[in-house]
Design a protein around this ligand. Structure first.
Ligand SMILES: NC(=O)C1=CN([C@@H]2O[C@H](COP(=O)(O)OP(=O)(O)OC[C@H]3O[C@@H](n4cnc5c(N)ncnc54)[C@H](OP(=O)(O)O)[C@@H]3O)[C@@H](O)[C@H]2O)C=CC1
Ligand SMILES: N[C@@H](CC(=O)OP(=O)(O)O)C(=O)O
Length: 398
């Protein structure tokens, strides 16, 4: 059946593809759209090609599954597995409303989306989870282990703050924990900022971090993207934006300074996630302070952040530029004279987080800098991060 979710997600992906994104970005969005269109229209049965059983210790696994394959993150996970030539014989897809539809994958063939069941997911070596935190709370611990010793890499916030569970950005703190049965992926805003902050912390030691964010509609999932697109399309047609159903307020022509629920201290949960998760991933001392203001903006994809840091050691913009040029997962885009700086449209569909506008802070002087980052939160903050963790797990078991 062609579900509402599949329809709106495919519309979103087509929209992203036609939003002026070039190269990988446009292609990625269009491929996602085509995949969902195929998923919706085709009921073809996938021929069962009984792959030779390859154990986890042969640098290639039998099967990887994506649980939540039709969502904003799940669709990108399949693209990452394809683009990175992930060492697996087979990819299986699980969903709820999308179950029964077919996704056409260039690399893995036609894949029929299966309804979630514990037994079916536990037939896979690795489960990439892109479902809600509540779903993950209930099912991730049951999935991890089982007859295939299934490893779960979870994108939700369910396990991030659990002391026993690794919270991993592979380029930062991935070593040593790749074999754990359940690994948590960070919040997308945290992951995008962390790519630039980690090299700075290692060299100059962070003392204070102040962040303001500009977060795209897709951060709220496929339905968030659809509401932004539909709102703009209706405004063009009728001259008015419909009442919001998904976001708390109208997003077109607006910005909303609330993402997730307010906490007792006046910050939102999204803002506190940045504090909690940078502390855990970087292993920050309690006296290093991190504060964030998280804002939803009417862009489709890629989160941007304005970041000010105070450091223990003197720091200069030129040194930071040089440092970040060789940092993994980072691309320095910092030529104000030729109007080159990070922007979400340019970061969309790219693995690297763009960093620019690097300048000495007039607040913190020689021990402070300010900069701007844009990174594709569906990739760096979710799908790509999870797939790199899984790649490292396969390599480690080889
Ligand atoms: N969007 C983002 O930028 C980021 C999201 N995350 C996290 O990743 C997770 C997924 O987010 P996102 O992709 O945006 O969400 P979406 O709302 O776009 O997608 C949700 C997915 O969950 C599936 N699902 C829901 N209920 C079930 C069920 N009972 N059984 C099987 N599948 C089910 C849906 O399947 P179906 O359509 O078939 O019903 C859909 O594929 C969330 O925990 C989110 O917090 C993390 C970082 C970034
Ligand atoms: N909350 C983020 C995306 C997200 O899903 O984050 P988390 O996985 O921490 O709930 C946003 O809306 O942009």
């Amino acid at each position: 059946p062609h579900t509402t979710a599949a329809r709106s997600a495919s519309a979103s992906a087509v929209g992203a593809a036609s939003q002026g994104q070039s190269g990988y970005a446009g292609k990625a969005a269009m491929a996602g759209a085509l995949g969902l269109v195929a998923m919706a229209s085709s009921q073809r049965k996938v021929k069962s090609t009984r792959a030779a059983r390859v154990a986890m210790n042969a640098a290639k696994v039998d099967s990887v599954c994506i649980l939540g394959c039709s969502g904003a993150v799940g669709q990108e996970m399949l693209k990452c597995l394809e683009d990175r030539d992930f060492p697996t014989e087979k990819v299986r897809l699980f969903g709820n409303r999308s179950a029964g539809s077919t996704v056409s994958s260039k690399k893995f063939g036609d894949i029929v989306v299966e309804k979630f069941s514990l037994e079916a997911v536990q037939e896979c070596d690795i489960c990439l989870m892109a479902v809600s935190g509540d779903f993950s709370k209930e099912w991730a611990p049951k999935i991890a282990g089982g007859p295939k010793n299934t490893q779960v890499i979870d994108n939700s916030s369910a396990w991030r703050y659990d002391e026993d569970k690794p919270l991993v950005i592979p380029e930062i703190n991935g070593e040593g924990r790749v074999g754990e049965p359940l690994i948590a992926n960070p919040n997308c805003t945290t992951a995008v900022g962390a790519m630039a902050l980690w090299p700075i912390h290692q060299k100059y030691k962070l003392k204070k971090v102040l962040m303001s964010t500009y977060q795209a509609a897709s951060g709220a999932g496929a339905e968030g993207m659809a509401e932004l697109e539909n709102g703009l399309a209706t405004w063009v047609k009728d001259g008015a934006v419909p009442k919001p159903e998904f976001f708390a307020h109208q997003l077109p022509f607006n910005v909303i300074p609330q993402i997730d629920k307010f906490q007792e201290n006046g910050y939102t949960k999204e803002e506190m996630k940045v504090t909690w998760e940078l502390q855990k991933i970087f292993g920050l001392d309690d006296d290093v302070k991190v504060a964030c203001t998280a804002v939803r903006v009417p862009t489709l994809r890629a989160h941007s952040e304005s970041i000010t840091v105070e450091t223990e050691e003197p720091i200069s913009p030129d040194d930071v530029r040089e440092l970040l040029k060789s940092a993994p997962g980072v691309k320095v885009v910092d030529e104000p004279g030729s109007l080159k700086y990070p922007m979400p449209l340019n970061a969309t569909g790219n693995y690297d987080v763009e960093v620019g506008r690097i300048r000495q802070s007039i607040v913190f002087g020689e021990k402070g800098i300010e900069f701007f980052v844009s990174g594709d939160q569906l990739l760096r903050g979710a799908a790509l991060n999870a797939v790199i963790i899984a790649e490292n797990a396969v390599k480690a078991h080889a």
